[in-house]
Design a protein around this ligand. Structure first.
Ligand code: FAD
Length: 465
């Protein structure tokens, strides 16, 4: 049995783990990272990157279909639009492969030792890894648990056959004729919209009364309208029960207690993700928990000395950029730097059509926290650039304290608004006031001018509305 002794051991090479290991290596820490699968974790292999590739391909195909002769408002016409899904998937896999190699190269450049295999804890400082060349024992002074999360499986609809998770949905051999999506959160809707554009008849089944239940109704409305345009049926207040006896349909119970059969070639279950906080001996460690998650403090320390945890395994929001920020911070703390979690906001994006981006507090959240607020909202329908891009749906909204005008939150819904997220987060991190947003010259013509106008509106004197 081979044995490695190191300063830092990182379990899991997702965005949290690999960023932590790279930064630790850069800081001169003798670091080992163990990964059971490919480097990059959920995000790179079966999450953010492949889903955005599929969404983009579907958007391009959808746009091409809009250009079929006679349909396009701009006067562009094409005779036919076709898609070869096998090629699309191969293109997506090519991107994932390039990024896999990129992550490995960055780890090597930072002199991090990569061990391939599943780590099982012997104790808080020692793991065993079954590698291709035999059992490896790794002992470390400090351990970072970055084991991520996996899709929640419904006991009545176990994965297999026509019931799939987001992982399988990203590598299907053909576009399902009839796709039922169980769960109208961001993952289900992003994929449901993509498949509708690729040609599936899509039905979304959502247990609560609203799709995207974590967002306020104003932000969701443009997305709901677009679902209708794309022919996507949504059943809210409805619960997926099981497959029908012949396995060809999903049995759904609506709020009135009636049962419906939804014919389905594929049933995509996207009802959330469960942290990988059990298995691999993690449950035998003396770690405090917060529900299913590992409990951490503002330095990502767990209840065991020298054991840190980052990323999805530590709770919401389960987002790649949160995991990365935690990973970078923890590496610096372990290297002796004085750091603590001091972020004011973690922006979140829903890559639906149109997209939704949020940073900081919504109006309801701000009021619930006791703030008296000013809200300014500016529609893209009054923005010249949006008109030239045939994307007038949506708005930018700013939420600020009524007494000091300090910006508490920014939200937008519209085509391509994801790219506004950096500016939104920067404004909140820098403690911007409405006057800062209103007084910053925004280049014309851009959709981001709607941000300046929203701030002006909150101050009571919008220029273009
Ligand atoms: P993970 O990425 O889950 O990585 C954990 C790694 O640990 C895995 O590679 C796993 O194999 C490894 N591992 C686990 N146990 C062991 C063990 N015992 N030994 C060795 N290795 C182990 N987030 C965004 O910010 N933006 C998006 O657009 C976005 N889109 C998404 C789309 C989909 C379809 C999905 C499913 C997720 C999406 N996410 C998105 C969420 C994002 O993928 C996660 O928040 C992020 O990957 C979490 O990073 P992590 O490092 O905590 O864990």
């Amino acid at each position: 049995m081979k044995e490695i002794v190191c300063k830092l051991l990182v379990i899991g090479a997702g965005p949290g783990g690999y960023v932590c290991a790279i930064r630790a290596g850069q800081l001169g820490l003798d670091t080992v990272i163990v990964e059971a699968d490919k480097p990059g974790g959920t995000c790179l292999n079966v999450g953010c990157i492949p889903s955005k590739a599929l969404i983009h391909a579907a958007e391009e195909f959808g746009a091409a279909k809009q250009m079929l002769t006679g349909r396009n408002a701009m006067g562009i016409g094409i005779e036919a639009a076709t898609i070869d899904l096998a090629k699309t998937i191969a293109w997506k896999d090519g991107i994932v492969g390039r990024l896999n190699s990129g992550v490995s190269a960055l780890l090597q450049k930072a002199r991090v030792k990569i061990v391939h295999g599943r780590a099982a804890f012997r104790d808080g400082k020692t793991v065993e890894v079954e590698t291709e060349t035999g059992m490896q024992v790794i002992r470390a002074e400090t351990v970072v648990i970055a084991t991520g999360s996996k899709p929640v499986e419904l006991s009545a609809l176990p994965f297999g056959g026509r019931v799939i998770s987001s992982t399988e949905a990203l590598s299907l051999g053909e576009v399902p004729k009839r796709l039922v999506v169980v769960g109208g959160g961001y993952i289900g809707l992003e994929l449901g919209i993509a498949f509708a554009k690729l040609g599936s008849e899509v039905t979304v089944v959502e247990a609560t009364q609203q799709i995207l239940p974590q967002y306020d109704a104003d932000l969701v409305r443009p997305v709901a309208r677009r679902l209708g345009d794309l022919g996507i049926r949504t059943l809210t207040g409805a619960e997926a029960k099981s497959l029908s006896d012949d396995g060809n349909a999903l049995v759904v119970e609506t709020s009135g207690g009636q049962q419906q059969l939804l014919p389905a070639d594929r049933v995509l279950v996207t009802v959330g993700r469960r942290p990988r906080s059990a298995g691999s001996g993690i449950e035998e460690l003396d770690l405090d928990r917060s529900g299913p998650y590992l409990r951490i403090d503002d330095r990502c320390r767990t209840s065991m000395r020298g054991v840190y945890a980052i990323g999805d395994v530590t709770g919401e929001p389960m987002l790649a950029h949160r995991a990365m920020a935690q990973g970078e911070m923890v590496a610096e703390i372990i290297a002796g730097r004085k750091r603590a979690w001091d972020k004011r906001c973690i922006p979140a994006i829903c890559f639906t059509d149109p997209e939704i981006v949020t940073a900081g507090l919504s109006p309801d959240e701000a009021r619930a926290q006791g703030y008296a607020i000013r809200v300014g909202q500016f529609p893209f329908s009054a923005n010249g650039r949006a008109m030239t891009m045939l994307s007038e749906e949506g708005f930018i909204r700013v939420v600020a304290r009524a007494d000091t005008n300090l910006v508490l939150g920014l939200q937008a819904v519209g085509v391509g608004v994801s790219e506004l997220s950096a500016g939104f987060a920067l404004a909140i991190e820098m403690g911007a006031r409405l006057e800062d947003l209103a007084g910053t010259i925004h280049a014309h013509p851009t959709r981001s001018e709607a941000l300046q106008e929203a701030a002006l509106k909150a101050l009571g004197h919008a220029l273009h509305a």
